[in-house]
Design a protein around this ligand. Structure first.
Ligand code: HEC
Ligand code: HEC
Length: 433
């Protein structure tokens, strides 16, 4: 009897110490992960899906009329084939410079951003003679496309503590004997002037906060100004009052709805059929064995519920706190030989007023150092993309893998040396994510 009690006690202790953190919910059902109720989530989605017009403040320069246009596969908040254009040039000082793009027959020069907008709202009935389409001068000879990325489950990514990413970087560097050392970067939290966090969103880790990213996207992709980004890229052809985006009856701006929509989204679910095949299971082991997992980290855990992040402006809710999820990324910056030499443009991402503020632990030099680095692309939901890597230039998974050089060279080499069947197993596994 005594023995039985001891055994029972031990097994309970064992279960409670080894039981993992609860898992982040997954799926593509447009339902909330529990952070808000489903009705609120769907209302937020409606904002994300909404097509904006000139009267709402669209443009003057823009790329698309709604967030959904670029984030939609297989459902709102997902990824898409839409790419955008970024350019710049290397100066005589050997430093990267943002482009200077003349518009309106050279009467105005657009500066401070690497993004080149593909569309504009005029000429129009109101401005029949105004030409503001951006065209890239020949002198801007560093040019790249950047693919849209998926947002589903990003609320969990945002809720990972800075320290978790810093520790990951240190451990990775030590364990690889300094061959693979992901760079973590402090970036401004736009809604908390002076405060920073470890960047984890965008191909260059240019944001830590989903609210900051939403404001950035609203002005740069759609030309809609908000309290976070109150300055238009150009005033030419502009008629809507500023900031274009005003709070609704619930006190929330569109940018608040976008951020909450992403925060409450479920993480991408795996392809259960493929994941269950012997090949994919074997591929999963090989993925670890050949070193993909060093950067494409399987599991992360969010900070505890109640923790304050984004410079104290955002408290992690019960639905997001202490959750385990499977992004297959370390969210750190690496040079895998695909760098295009572009440095993150400060004004574009943090606003015209960013230089008036002293940001904690922030230095644009850190972005200089990351000139040829990119964030480890999270592989969750990769099966919804057929143009891979930041520039969309890899059309098959095999091409994408074999393109890894520098920090990713060893892993790519190990992949190349696998038998055809084992290579296929790795591809099946990645395709199941
Ligand atoms: C024209 C296409 C386009 C539109 C419209 C667009 N995005 Fe994006 N989005 C992108 C691209 C491209 C990236 C990657 C950007 C980069 O890092 O250069 C991205 C990245 C993001 C990210 C970072 C996700 C991550 O995991 O790294 C968020 C968040 C985001 N967009 C939110 C929005 C919101 C909110 C809207 C609407 C206000 C929006 N986007 C509109 C193309 C678009
Ligand atoms: C040193 C870190 C590192 C290692 C090791 C690594 N990757 Fe990557 N991986 C990256 C980075 C960084 C990118 C983004 C590169 C870009 O966009 O130019 C990436 C991109 C990818 C992509 C494209 C994803 C997309 O959304 O476009 C795939 C697929 C991929 N890696 C698979 C693998 C596999 C399989 C292995 C093992 C053979 C591996 N990677 C090893 C860092 C790494």
């Amino acid at each position: 009897m005594k023995l039985l009690v001891v055994v029972l006690f031990l097994s309970v202790a064992l279960v409670s110490t080894t039981s993992p953190d609860p898992e982040a919910p997954t799926g593509f059902d447009n339902k909330s992960n529990g952070m808000v109720d489903d009705a609120a989530h769907q209302a937020d989605q409606a904002k994300f899906d909404e097509t904006e017009g000139v009267d709402d403040g669209l443009g003057p320069l823009y790329n698309a009329q709604s967030c959904r246009e670029c984030h939609q596969n297989p459902t709102s908040g997902g990824t898409s084939q839409v790419s955008e254009l970024r350019v710049g040039h290397q100066g005589h000082d050997h430093i990267f410079h943002n482009p200077e793009i003349p518009i309106a027959h050279g009467t105005e020069i657009i500066k401070g951003r690497t993004l080149v907008n593909d569309r504009s709202i005029c000429p129009s009935a109101a401005f029949p003679d105004m030409e503001i389409q951006e065209h890239v001068p020949d002198s801007e000879n560093i040019r790249t496309n950047r693919m849209s990325v998926g947002l589903l489950g990003d609320g969990f990514v945002e809720a990972v503590a800075d320290q978790t990413l810093l520790d990951l970087s240190k451990k990775q560097c030590e364990e690889s004997h300094h061959k693979i050392c992901g760079q973590a970067i402090y970036v401004p939290i736009v809604e908390a002037p002076g405060q920073t966090g470890i960047g984890r969103f965008g191909w260059k880790d240019q944001h830590a906060s989903l609210l900051s990213f939403s404001g950035d996207a609203y002005v740069n992709e759609m030309g809609i100004t908000s309290r976070l980004f109150p300055d238009e890229v150009t005033k030419l052809c502009n008629t809507a009052p500023e900031p274009n985006n005003q709070p609704g009856t619930d006190g929330l701006d569109d940018v608040d709805h976008f951020a909450r929509f992403v925060r409450a989204s479920k993480a991408p679910a795996r392809d259960a059929t493929l994941a269950d095949t012997p090949q994919a299971k074997k591929g999963s082991q090989l993925f670890d064995k050949i070193g993909c997992v060093t950067c494409h980290v399987r599991t992360l855990t969010t900070a505890a519920a109640g923790a304050k992040i984004n410079g104290g402006t955002y408290t992690i809710s019960d639905a997001l706190g202490g959750k385990t999820f499977y992004p297959y990324s370390d969210f750190l910056l690496h040079n895998v030989g695909t760098g295009d030499g572009m440095v993150v443009p400060m004004i574009e991402h943090y606003g015209v007023r960013m230089y008036q503020i002293q940001w904690k632990s922030f230095s644009p030099q850190h972005f200089q150092k990351a000139q040829n680095k990119l964030r480890t692309a999270p592989l969750w939901g990769i099966r919804f993309r057929n143009r891979m890597m930041h520039d969309g230039q890899s059309i098959t998974l095999r091409d994408a893998i074999l393109r890894h050089r520098k920090e990713g060279r060893e892993a790519a080499k190990h992949f190349k040396h696998l038998s055809a069947a084992d290579q296929q197993a790795v591809l099946d596994f990645v395709n199941s994510l």
